[in-house]
Design a binder for this molecule. Structure first.
Ligand SMILES: CC[C@@H](C(=O)O)C(=O)SCCNC(=O)CCNC(=O)[C@H](O)C(C)(C)COP(=O)(O)OP(=O)(O)OC[C@H]1O[C@@H](n2cnc3c(N)ncnc32)[C@H](O)[C@@H]1OP(=O)(O)O
Ligand SMILES: [Co+2]
Length: 149
C-alpha cells in the first residue's frame, strides 16, 4: 500500500458555530466552508482550510458535530465535553487495495467502505489497532492524483 498525504484532522465539537468563531478569531482562519449535514455518517461537517503557498492544497481541519441519536461521535464527546482531536485521515490512491492491506494485517475495519465528505470512498480503522489513533483512509480525489506522481 502507498501512503498519501494527510488530508484532514477530524476535530469533534459540541458546536460547529462556536468552533468557527475560535478558528476565525483565535487562529486567524480565513477559508471556512458552510456547515453541511451527513446523516449517513451521523455528523454535521465544516472544513477549515490551512492554505499553503506551494500550489498544493493544505491539510484541512474537519469539524464534526453530532447529528442524530446514534452518532458515532457521541461517546467521544461524553468523554471529552469540550471536543478535541478525533481522527486522522490519510489519502491512498486505491481504497480497495488499502482495505485489503489493513485487513491482511489483522486491523479492525469499522463498517463498510462508504462515500465521505470529499465525495470519495473512505473507511475507518479501530484506534486500539492504530497506536491509539482513530484512522480514516480516503481515496485521493481523481483530480488531485497528480500530486503523488
Ligand atoms: C464527515 C464524514 C467523514 C469524512 O468524510 O471525513 C468522517 O470523518 S465521519 C467521523 C465520525 N465517524 C466515525 O468516527 C466512524 C468510526 N468510528 C466508530 O466506529 C466509533 O466512533 C469507534 C471508534 C468504534 C468508537 O466507538 P465508541 O462507542 O465511541 O467508543 P468505544 O467505547 O467503543 O471505544 C473503544 C475504545 O476506543 C477509544 N476511542 C474511542 N474513540 C476514539 C478516538 N476518536 N480516538 C482514540 N481513541 C478512541 C475509547 O476511549 C475506548 O478506549 P478505552 O476507554 O480504553 O476502552
Ligand atoms: Co473525517
Amino acid at each position: 500500500m502507498k501512503l498519501g498525504r494527510l488530508n484532514h484532522i477530524g476535530v469533534a465539537t459540541p458546536s460547529i458555530a462556536d468552533s468557527v468563531v475560535y478558528y476565525r478569531e483565535v487562529m486567524g482562519a480565513t477559508r471556512i466552508t458552510e456547515p453541511f449535514d451527513m446523516p449517513q455518517q451521523g455528523v454535521k461537517v465544516c472544513f477549515v482550510d490551512t492554505p499553503t503557498d506551494t500550489g498544493l492544497n493544505g491539510t484541512q481541519i474537519e469539524l464534526i458535530e453530532p447529528l442524530g441519536e446514534g452518532s458515532a461521535i457521541r461517546g467521544f464527546l461524553e468523554k471529552n465535553p469540550l471536543g478535541g482531536q478525533h481522527h486522522l485521515c490519510y489519502e491512498v490512491p486505491d481504497i480497495e487495495e488499502a482495505r485489503a492491506w489493513f485487513e491482511g494485517l489483522g486491523k479492525r475495519v469499522l463498517g463498510p467502505t462508504r462515500i465521505g465528505a470529499h465525495g470519495t470512498p473512505i473507511f475507518f480503522l479501530h484506534p486500539k489497532d492504530m497506536m491509539g489513533q482513530l484512522t480514516e483512509i480516503m481515496e485521493t480525489p481523481k483530480s488531485d492524483q497528480h500530486w503523488s506522481n
